[in-house]
Design a protein around this ligand. Structure first.
Ligand code: UD1
Length: 418
């Protein structure tokens, strides 16, 4: 089977589309289910490659997972005794597998995870995760591609993060959930996915407060119990459909969305010239006038999300005038610029800034997804380009978007997966 999405550009999207549950909330919540001994039932679990990989990681650790793809429901049974090593062949596929380190350490006093893989969007170190776990009393041993953490007892501490890393905040929060005493994470990530994880831990009987602010306190408890929990909607998938509506000059309603999670994108899309109406659980977006050039700077939440930077670049490639996108979260996240140039975009990279001089047209071309969100950006560019675009290396897109081509086709796009 060819690994390609083919798009004939030029159709204005219209209609309704529903976002799935959030991948980036679901993966840490799955890891956190290791904290309890018992059964967790998760609803709104998106049928994505990354979710299936996390199921395999949990299974390899001794948990039993049962995923009902149609109902988007996942059951995780965590036994009393867990294995302590997450295997290399799974962890290398997906960086988020590293999130089992904290909960596994908390449950077993010993956790080994191979050094993570994932999207090639920068060096993506794990020093902050380890700094946090060390502060809680873990000894960290690195060797032979593995990281081993050992702690006879995990004790609450103050941890200051040099950067508000999402993954580090989550890993430390999970380890601290079963610690002795109180842990305070300062300069914590404030992303909605961090808040969802905290709510899940609390639903299991944990005591986390302050999630969603820069100071998160975790009062350790002796044990946690299994629960049923519904994952929040995916703001990045929803945002991608909003940008798809914007780039085609269409009129789209996105359902299963929390507008408050998309404040930065909504503000920028209004500056670009889109009309946006927000309601509970719904956003309606349309654009009739030209695309106006705007400057965008990616930042930790509530700033503009780095995961929507590449779709935004596709949009601004068709703006009237010059835009500057500054990427401050990851240091190597402009690889899609080369591919967009092949479609006629005029983009100059200077350090962590991209200067985009808008063109009247983009032209269809064969291109390759260089990472998950870059893949989505190329499909969006193809929706607005003249002629046929073929996007290859779809495994990147499948990691984070469920039925991406089908959902766009339902909005009228001439798009097919070959
Ligand atoms: C998560 C998201 C990802 C998103 C990113 C930023 C998941 C599964 N993935 O990734 O989609 O793009 O947040 O919103 O939720 N850093 C360090 N040391 C560390 C950890 C991170 O320096 O120990 C740096 C990274 O290199 C990067 C920045 O911090 O430059 C942000 O990374 P982080 O917030 O940790 O992203 P992830 O949790 O990996």
């Amino acid at each position: 089977m060819k690994d390609i999405i083919a798009v004939e550009g030029g159709v204005k999207l219209s209609g309704e589309v529903r976002a799935e549950g959030a991948k980036n909330a679901c993966l840490p919540i799955m890891a956190a289910s290791l904290l309890c001994e018992g059964r967790v039932v998760l609803q709104e679990v998106p049928p994505l490659e990354d979710v299936l990989t996390m199921c395999k990681v949990l299974n390899a650790l001794g948990a039993r997972t049962k995923y009902d793809k149609r109902q988007k429901k996942l059951q995780i049974e965590t036994p009393a005794v867990l294995k302590t090593k997450a295997p290399y062949n799974l962890v290398r596929k997906m960086r988020a597998s590293f999130l089992v380190l904290g909960p596994l350490l908390a449950r077993t006093g010993r956790a080994g995870v191979s050094l993570p893989g994932g999207c090639a969007i920068g060096i993506r170190p794990i020093d902050l995760h380890l700094k946090g776990l060390k502060a809680l009393g873990a000894e960290v041993i690195i060797g032979h591609g593995y990281i081993e953490t050992v702690a006879a007892k995990i004790c609450g501490e103050r941890v200051y993060l040099d950067f508000p890393s999402v993954g580090a905040t989550e890993n430390i929060m999970m380890a601290a959930a079963l610690a002795e005493g109180t842990t305070v994470i300062e300069n914590a990530a404030e992303e909605p996915e961090v808040v969802d994880l905290a709510r899940f831990i609390n639903a299991m009987g944990g005591r986390v407060s302050g999630a969603g602010t820069d100071t998160v306190s975790i009062h350790g408890v002796a044990s946690l119990k299994g629960v049923e929990y519904t994952v929040i909607p995916d703001r990045i998938e929803a945002g991608t459909f909003m940008i798809a509506a914007a780039i085609t000059g269409g009129s789209v309603t996105v359902k299963n969305i929390i507008p408050a999670h998309l404040t930065a994108l909504i503000a920028k899309l209004r500056e670009v010239g889109c009309e946006i109406e927000e309601d509970e659980g719904i956003i309606h977006i349309f654009r009739e006038g030209p695309i106006r050039a705007v400057d965008v700077k990616t930042l930790p939440y509530p700033g503009f999300p780095t995961d929507l930077q590449s779709p935004m670049m596709a949009l601004l490639s068709l703006a009237k005038g010059a835009s500057v996108i500054t990427e401050t979260v990851f240091e190597n996240r402009f690889m899609h610029a080369d591919e967009l140039r092949r479609m006629g975009a005029q983009i100059k990279i200077e350090g962590n800034s991209a200067i985009i001089t808008g063109r009247e047209k983009l032209y269809g071309a064969p291109v390759r997804a260089t990472d998950l969100r870059a893949g989505a950006a190329l499909v969006l560019a193809g929706l607005a380009a003249e002629g046929r675009t073929e996007v290859g290396a779809l495994y990147h897109i499948d990691r984070g978007y469920f039925r991406f081509a089908e959902k766009l086709a339902a909005l009228g796009a001439r798009i097919r997966r070959l």
